[in-house]
Design a protein around this ligand. Structure first.
Ligand code: ADP
Length: 476
């Protein structure tokens, strides 16, 4: 009775072991002392491509690549010393002659008397793991070698990683920065809280200029591009690309200084030229000279006007920089102002159709009429510059309930990519750096003028093509 029970439990144990071997994800191979294969589980079939029938009784060397044949001695040495080989990393050969990276664990199989009768080898395919490791090493090296500073910051604002360039930029060795709060690196410790984080939460990225502290106590400007790192859609950290823009800013200052001096010098002769050309045009028209001369003088006037606008932009830019852009507010009939601008602009941009939705209703706003005219000229000429000829430019106004009047200029041109919609209002920013259509100052000045009016300026996409610029003014 007892022996029957024991016999039964042996069978049960064997069945259980067979089940484990057959359902294992790791390949398990049994060999005898002559290294002939005695068992071969389904995972081994999957890894090496041989079926059990194909390999039973064959020497296990069929899966050992020629360059690894010598390692058998080493493996036996390890077995003799430690009785088991664990997690030994090597290569094996598949039926279709592919090399796979594996980690093997070998242990002896003993009979009832404790004599070794063979070996069991558990093999884990680590090719993917090795590839991932190589890629990780590559990423780590690329991060270290990057010329821009790169920082990874936890959601709690503590620095997790900084590359070498961060040290060049801030003077702090990366190790010293680990665990430090990013707020302590910014000149305004609340800047991240107030400006960066809300945008990151809303849009997933933020880029802009920011004043930071150097280890030596000085402050300087960097350009930061920050984005949220997500894992399965859940934010896990933030990554920031940091560029030192001290030199760039200095160059920009020199450029602006030079431009402003040049603009001042050009203004006087240009005004004289404009006066002469306009007086000639009047005379030609009065005495009925030929049409060709009239159109030539019209062209001269148009070009002089464009030059004048450009020079005014440069002068305004230097006024903004020196905080001398003054406004003269008055009660302004917005409708009349818009109609006047459209009339002028339609003459310059003959090949566009400029329309307006509100020709009759009077609309009074508090504004500097010259400056709002300048804003409209900027927006309409951009709409014309960046949209195909013969397309329509729509100007429309809307009175809001909160005491604001909203003016919009809509075109059907190439539009502005979403990630650049905040950037185009920066000084000298141009989507196409090689553009010969302007200087990148128009929207910057426009924004300063609207800010001076306590209004808002922003851009939306026009569906299916183009952009809509909006600004607001105080209604009376
Ligand atoms: P610019 O003198 O170069 O036109 P702005 O400051 O007026 O300078 O505009 C900045 C940049 O914004 C332009 O260079 C252009 O790339 C882009 N932009 C402005 N308005 C439009 C528009 N209506 N459609 C497409 N791109 C525009």
């Amino acid at each position: 009775m007892r022996s029957k029970l024991v016999h039964k439990s042996h069978a049960a144990i064997k069945a259980h072991l067979d089940f484990l071997v057959n359902s294992s994800n790791d390949s398990i191979i049994g060999t005898d002392l002559k290294r002939r294969i005695t068992s071969w589980n389904p995972a081994a079939e999957k890894l090496y491509g041989y079926t059990e029938q194909e390999v039973l009784g064959k020497n296990v060397d069929i899966i050992v690549p020629s360059q690894k044949k010598g390692e058998i001695i080493k493996l036996f040495e390890i077995l003799a010393r430690h009785r088991v080989v664990s997690n030994y990393e090597t290569e094996r050969l598949t039926k279709d002659k592919r090399l796979v990276q594996v980690s093997i664990t070998i242990s002896p199989i003993k009979d009832r008397k404790g004599e070794t009768i063979g070996f069991s080898t558990i093999t884990r395919d680590i090719s993917r793991h090795m590839q991932m490791e190589k890629r990780l090493q590559l990423f780590a090296k690329a991060l270290e070698a990057a010329d821009d500073g790169i920082q990874i910051v936890g959601l709690d604002g503590k620095i997790l990683f900084s590359n070498k360039s961060v040290e060049r930029i801030y003077g702090f060795p990366p190790k010293e920065l680990q665990g430090k709060s990013v707020n302590d690196m910014n000149k305004d410790p609340l800047f991240a809280e107030k400006i960066i984080l809300p945008t990151l939460r809303k849009k997933g990225y933020w880029s802009g200029e920011i004043e930071v502290k150097h280890k030596n106590g000085s402050t300087f400007s960097i350009w930061l591009t920050a984005s949220v790192i997500k894992h399965y859609g859940k934010p896990i950290a933030l990554v920031g690309g940091i560029r030192d823009i001290t030199k760039k800013k200095k160059l920009e200052e020199l450029k602006a200084e030079f431009l402003s001096t040049a603009a001042h010098e050009l203004k006087t002769p240009l005004t004289t030229l404009k006066l002469i050309s306009e007086s000639h045009l009047r005379k030609i028209k009065k005495y009925g000279m030929d049409q060709m001369k009239i159109s030539e003088f019209n062209l001269i006037n148009t070009e002089l006007n464009r030059l004048n606008l450009l020079i005014n932009d440069i002068l305004d830019d230097s006024r903004i920089e020196t905080q001398k852009l003054h406004m003269l507010f008055e009660c302004t009939d917005l409708n009349k102002l818009i109609l006047g601008v459209i009339k002028k602009m339609q003459i310059i941009y003959k090949h566009h159709k400029i329309t307006y939705n509100n020709k009759k209703i009077k609309m009074q706003v508090i504004a500097d009429p010259m400056r709002i005219e300048q804003v409209l000229i900027n927006l309409i000429s951009n709409a014309a510059k960046y949209s195909p000829i013969f397309s329509e430019i729509q100007v429309y106004v809307k009175q809001e309930e909160d005491g604001k009047t909203e003016v919009s200029v809509k075109d059907s041109g190439g539009g502005i990519p979403e990630e650049q919609r905040d950037l185009i209002f920066q000084r000298f920013y141009q989507i196409d750096r090689n553009s010969t259509k302007g200087f990148g100052l128009g929207l910057y000045i426009t924004q300063e003028i609207i800010k001076g009016h306590r209004g808002k300026l922003w851009v939306d996409a026009n569906k299916p093509k183009g952009s809509i610029f909006h600004f607001t003014l105080q209604t009376i």
